[in-house]
Design a protein around this ligand. Structure first.
Ligand SMILES: CC(C)(COP(=O)(O)OP(=O)(O)OC[C@H]1O[C@@H](n2cnc3c(N)ncnc32)[C@H](O)[C@@H]1OP(=O)(O)O)[C@@H](O)C(=O)NCCC(=O)NCCS
Length: 164
């Protein structure tokens, strides 16, 4: 089975949730310690598809092994901006797949946002490097605001200006 990057579909909900859950349970990278229940993931996915949220999955055969999205902020004064999130299963990291997913979803975001934020914890070097590679610049940080398996970490806020 080959690896493929493609838009997410509602039928991916369970596999996408499994991927999210596995990464969340590492407690090293994400805000979640586990994925939300499937009904909630499916409802949010349905809403995202309706809103045409830029969102891609990396699949190995039918299995979701990675995901990336740019969400629009839900309040008017912030709605010109997007939040970039992504994750890959451990065995698929460090092989360039994250770069491809990120490039794809950022391309889909062109014309939709004025700027995009990417928030990563300080210890997450691959994510920091990926952000830098994609043109994000550090614009602020929140000290010790994230509690993960290894203790408290700083949240680095990276920003990329794009033209709408
Ligand atoms: C962050 C993540 C998405 C990056 O995807 P990836 O496929 O591993 O990254 P890539 O292989 O495309 O590498 C991107 C860059 O990161 C850096 N990088 C990758 N692996 C690294 C490692 N182990 N150590 C240090 N830097 C690393 C490199 O600079 C690389 O660019 P280069 O190969 O051109 O030098 C992935 O590691 C992941 O899912 N991590 C867990 C979840 C997460 O951190 N999500 C982001 C926070 S929302």
């Amino acid at each position: 089975m080959g690896l493929k990057i493609r838009p997410i579909a509602l039928a991916d909900a369970a596999s996408y949730r499994q991927c999210w859950d596995a990464v969340a349970k590492e407690r090293r990278y994400l805000y979640w310690y586990e994925a939300p229940p499937l009904w909630e993931v499916r409802a949010n996915l349905r809403r995202s598809l309706r809103k045409k949220t830029p969102m891609l999955v990396a699949v190995d055969g039918e299995r979701v092994v990675g995901w990336a999205a740019v969400y629009r902020a839900g309040v008017p004064a912030l709605s010109h901006g997007g939040d970039f999130l992504m994750f890959l299963l451990p065995e698929y990291r460090g092989k360039g797949l994250g770069t491809k997913l990120a490039a794809g979803v950022l391309k889909m975001s062109r014309g939709k946002f004025d700027m995009i934020l990417f928030c990563v914890v300080r210890k997450n070097k691959p994510a920091r490097e990926l952000g830098r590679k994609m043109g994000f610049e550090l614009c602020g940080e929140e000290k010790k605001s994230v509690k993960l398996a290894y203790g408290f970490d700083d949240l680095l806020i990276m920003q990329k200006q794009i033209r709408r």
